[in-house]
Write a protein that binds this ligand. Structure first.
Ligand SMILES: CC(C)(COP(=O)(O)OP(=O)(O)OC[C@H]1O[C@@H](n2cnc3c(N)ncnc32)[C@H](O)[C@@H]1OP(=O)(O)O)[C@@H](O)C(=O)NCCC(=O)NCCS
Length: 171
């Protein structure tokens, strides 16, 4: 697996990830197709500016346009406090291969080298077995449950945090 920055050509991958009821089952349901091209444009712009990191997961041996999933690290405010948040998605045909875990680990290692992100937060749905398993495996600390807004919907989530300098690199 390798990571590359999101680009304007990634609309199809976003549609498959964000507008699919199965992919979005733990994220409040599919998003409207209409907003996706603008979302890709914005994500590519923010990533090119190095403000957000939206990285596309490319399987081993595949060309760069072959997308297995994505990891996003972005700064924003939660309850009026600036935080760094990380999120991830892997398409169904690539799930269960350890790609999400490898990709999230790689982004957190880069965040540690970069030094600006501080403590990183993740808010997977409380019923999201794979995402909560991934947080546990990488050494995130579980702070508890909370309601979190994602793409305009409020979800019941677990609240995990990790110091990128202290991720579990052995798992
Ligand atoms: C969540 C998701 C990214 C996981 O991707 P993946 O590449 O299949 O995950 P990995 O193979 O890297 O597995 C990650 C860890 O979760 C564990 N896991 C996988 N499925 C699991 C499940 N159903 N229940 C419990 N643990 C599970 C794996 O065993 C692994 O931990 P381990 O290495 O200690 O065994 C993927 O299923 C997905 O995109 N789902 C839909 C969108 C979504 O929910 N995104 C996350 C929002 S927070």
């Amino acid at each position: 697996m390798r990571l590359r920055d999101v680009g304007p050509g990634d609309v199809e991958a976003y549609l498959r990830m964000r507008c699919d009821p199965v992919m979005m089952a733990e994220l409040g349901g599919p998003q409207p197709v209409e907003g996706i091209a603008e979302k890709v444009r914005l994500d590519a712009e923010r990533t090119a500016a190095d403000d957000w990191w939206v990285r596309m997961i490319v399987p081993d041996g595949a060309p760069p346009e072959a997308v297995a999933g994505t990891v996003t690290l972005w700064p924003h405010e939660e309850d009026g406090v600036p935080i760094s948040e990380i999120g991830w998605m892997v398409l169904p045909e690539f799930q269960g291969l350890g790609l999400a875990k490898r990709a999230v680990r790689e982004v957190l290692e880069s965040a540690d080298r970069d030094g600006r992100w501080g403590l990183v937060h993740a808010f997977p749905g409380t019923g999201n077995g794979a995402s909560n398993g991934l947080c546990r495996a990488l050494g995130f600390e579980l702070l508890g449950e909370r309601d979190t807004e994602f793409a305009g919907r409020v979800l019941r989530t677990n609240h995990w945090t990790v110091d990128p300098a202290r991720i579990n690199s052995a798992s």
